[in-house]
Write a protein that binds this ligand. Structure first.
Ligand code: 5GP
Ligand code: MN
Length: 343
């Protein structure tokens, strides 16, 4: 984002505005964390509403003002009213309007005011707005919100609430600071957020140490469903709707499960396929190590996208057909997969 655009945004924010902040559908820690952080930054001067397309996991609901998030699918009238009266709409942690779901996209597309997008996903849709702060090298949208406040000369306005939300999003999107997107700058920001009041141990505890018995049992089933395709250095996990029901699946219960498949020695490509009978799709999460781009793979075959090493997509075939199709694609990538982790 150019210095001129920042000056324009500063001017816009100099007077009270009606602002709506939107994270992507099925919001994760980074999407909700960045949205609520920005909410806390703006709310003293402006009238601000966070409108999420749909609900998010319980383990993120400790975030300050989480109970004020409006859900577009459940609180539709309220959400539409907020959007109708908005002058500025922030789009956080997603790169194209289809990522908020068709229903919400139809409403948001009609918005005539100023969009401001802050996001770290590849290939942002630049037709939406002039105000795009996009950087695919940054680990999380939460880190970008920190840089955004730096650009606005407002880092000193970061209070405990903002620091806690930003910390949570950076922590979740970096796999607790272990992915290669974690830089020394990330650590410096994290140190500053702790200085500004983020309780790191408590936040870790709030997010990771809240397993239900059902979630652990479901993890057990997922691990016993794990299949390895040694030849292609690929491993995948399946979970059917029946299995989800058996273990009383709650939103967020499968988060991170795909990483177990990727942790297998020698594996550079991992997938989890999760059946969703209501939407009639198989939702998938894809992860890789090294150069093999799951973003490209998801875009090419599964109507999805994301980052080089973490992406998602969907299949409209049933589980069995999806797996057969997935396996049939791998020989086309044989060489890439073999060499993915080479320097
Ligand atoms: P996850 O597998 O954790 O749901 O998502 C991994 C990454 O891929 C995230 O950055 C997420 O935004 C992106 N992603 C997940 N599902 C989709 C999808 O269906 N379409 C696109 N474009 N991106 C996705
Ligand atoms: Mn993110």
């Amino acid at each position: 984002m150019t210095a001129e655009k920042i000056v324009e945004i500063k001017k816009l924010l100099a007077t009270p505005q009606n602002i709506v902040i939107i994270p992507h559908r099925n919001p994760d820690g980074d999407a909700i964390g960045s949205s609520l952080a920005l909410y806390h930054y703006l709310k003293d001067k402006h009238y601000v509403t966070v409108v999420a397309p749909n609900d998010y996991p319980e383990f993120l609901k400790w975030m300050p003002s989480s109970d004020e998030v409006t859900l577009f699918d459940k609180q539709n009238i309220q959400s539409k009213r907020a959007l109708e009266s908005a002058s500025i709409v922030f789009l956080l942690d997603f790169n194209a309007l289809h990522r908020i779901g068709d229903d919400m996209k139809n409403t948001v597309e009609k918005f005539k005011g100023t969009f401001i997008m802050i996001d770290h996903h590849q290939q942002p849709d630049t037709s939406i707005t002039d105000y795009i702060y996009s950087d695919v090298s940054i680990c999380s949208t939460c880190q970008m919100v920190y840089h955004f406040l730096e650009k606005l000369d407002d880092v000193d306005k970061i209070n405990t609430d903002i620091a806690s939300c930003l910390y949570a999003g950076i922590m979740t999107d970096t796999g607790s600071f272990r992915f290669s997107s974690t830089t020394s700058t990330t650590h410096r920001i994290i140190a500053d957020l702790i200085d500004k009041g983020a309780n790191n141990a408590q936040i870790h505890n709030n997010i990771y140490d809240v397993n239900s018995y059902g979630r652990l049992q479901l993890l057990g089933r997922a691990l016993s469903n794990l299949k390895v395709l040694e030849k292609h250095r690929t491993a995948f996990i399946t979970l059917s709707q029946e299995e989800l029901n058996e273990f009383n699946f709650q939103k967020g219960d499968t988060e991170g499960v795909v990483n177990y498949a990727l942790s297998l020695e020698g594996v550079v490509f991992a997938a989890i396929f999760i059946e969703d009978v209501e939407q009639k799709i198989i939702k998938m999460s894809l992860r890789s190590k090294g150069k093999f781009s799951v973003n490209e793979f998801a875009r090419a075959h599964y109507n999805g996208g994301g980052h080089d090493n973490a992406a998602g997509g969907r299949s409209e075939l049933n589980m069995e057909e999806t797996i057969t199709n997935f396996i049939s694609l791998l020989p086309n990538y044989a060489d890439e997969l073999l060499k993915s982790d080479e320097e």
